[in-house]
Design a binder for this molecule. Structure first.
Ligand SMILES: N[C@@H](CCC(=O)N[C@@H](CS)C(=O)NCC(=O)O)C(=O)O
Length: 318
């Protein structure tokens, strides 16, 4: 685990000293876009034109944020349009590393060994964390975007004229509702489990973990009335929640100590998780070995002996 400081790799765990034991997530650095014609009505962003084979997605199968991008790439049928490289789940002192683990690949664009080399390739003086997912332009050799919530919106439409599957996960008429539930789910659940798990003070952990379960109670109530988070339509809000839920009992319950109760004990949330898991294409984006191996073996401070638990056995069938 580490980060780049002016282009130099520094091996360092998250700083929770200066924040009273709290884990505070930094904003992503690359925020450009891809549109059908390379035009965008937003002066803060550049837009790249959609082209088959030009863009490449870097993911970890362990990471819930990268899994959102992987899931939308699959659901929109972009496998032949946007390339894919998968890092090893073992993230040690050099950060995300390619190959050398079943299911991981080499860096199919540059053949780099470490993901941080891609970041300094595009920005030699880069300072910041080296995170997945990364959406990369192989033509201009630039990182287009490394923020999963934006990458999934790019995938939602940018390649629709180039053979993407039908499907709109951010429909115009539901945007306000989706934005509202996304904010809640991000703060309390997606990032909520990290706030509990990476806390280095008891009271910070307790508050974080309690927030997770209060939020799950609210989600349980919503799902007792609706099939999905926003009525009966499956949207990006569900994709964003799902990638955390599918990891919950395997890692967040044990490794991040979010253990008030297992997810399987929530009747509606557990049914909802299985409904999404069983959608066409979704199981191929969930790799519980990468998920468990990454968290338990890479977070030295939490699990110094790197023992990966044998369970739980989870049955995702409906
Ligand atoms: N806001 C980013 C967060 C991505 C993120 O934090 N990814 C984690 C993996 S789960 C990562 O790469 N962490 C490496 C690090 O922080 O050094 C997103 O949603 O894309």
């Amino acid at each position: 685990m580490g980060l780049l400081v002016e282009g130099k790799w520094v091996d360092e765990w998250y700083d929770t000293e200066s924040t009273g034991g709290k884990f505070v997530r930094k904003d992503s650095s690359f925020r450009d876009w891809i549109t059908k014609d390379g035009k965008i009505d937003d002066e803060d962003r550049k837009a790249y034109p959609a082209e088959k084979g030009r863009y490449h997605l870097y993911v970890s199968l362990a990471c819930p944020w990268a899994a959102r991008a992987l899931m939308v790439r699959k659901l929109k049928g972009l496998e032949d349009i946007v390339g894919l490289s998968i890092v090893s789940p073992l993230m040690y002192d050099k950060g995300w590393t390619f190959g050398d683990y079943p299911g991981a690949t080499e860096d199919k664009v540059h053949g780099f060994k470490y993901l941080h080399e891609l970041y300094t390739h595009v920005k030699p003086d880069y300072t910041g964390r080296v995170t997945v997912p990364v959406l990369y332009d192989t033509k201009e050799e630039k990182i287009v975007n490394n923020e999963s919530s934006e990458i999934i919106r790019i995938f939602n439409h940018a390649f629709d004229d180039l053979g993407a599957k039908e499907g709109d996960f951010y429909p115009e008429d539901l945007r306000d509702e989706i934005d509202e539930i996304n904010d809640f789910v991000y703060d309390r659940i997606n990032n909520g489990v990290y706030k509990a798990g990476f806390a280095t003070k008891q009271e910070v952990y307790q508050e974080g973990a309690k927030n997770v379960f209060d939020a799950l109670d609210k989600i349980e109530e919503i799902l007792s009335k609706n099939k999905f988070l926003v009525g009966d339509r499956f949207t990006e809000a569900d994709i964003r929640l799902f990638t955390t839920l599918v990891r919950f009992d395997s890692v967040y319950f044990g490794h991040f100590k979010c253990n008030l109760r297992p997810l399987t004990s929530y009747e509606n949330i557990w049914r909802y998780t299985r409904v999404i898991y069983n959608m066409e294409g979704v199981p191929e984006t969930v790799d519980l070995d990468h998920i468990k191996t990454h968290y338990y073996m890479s977070h030295d401070l939490i699990n110094p002996n790197k023992i990966v638990p044998i369970g739980p056995e989870i049955d995702f069938s409906l």
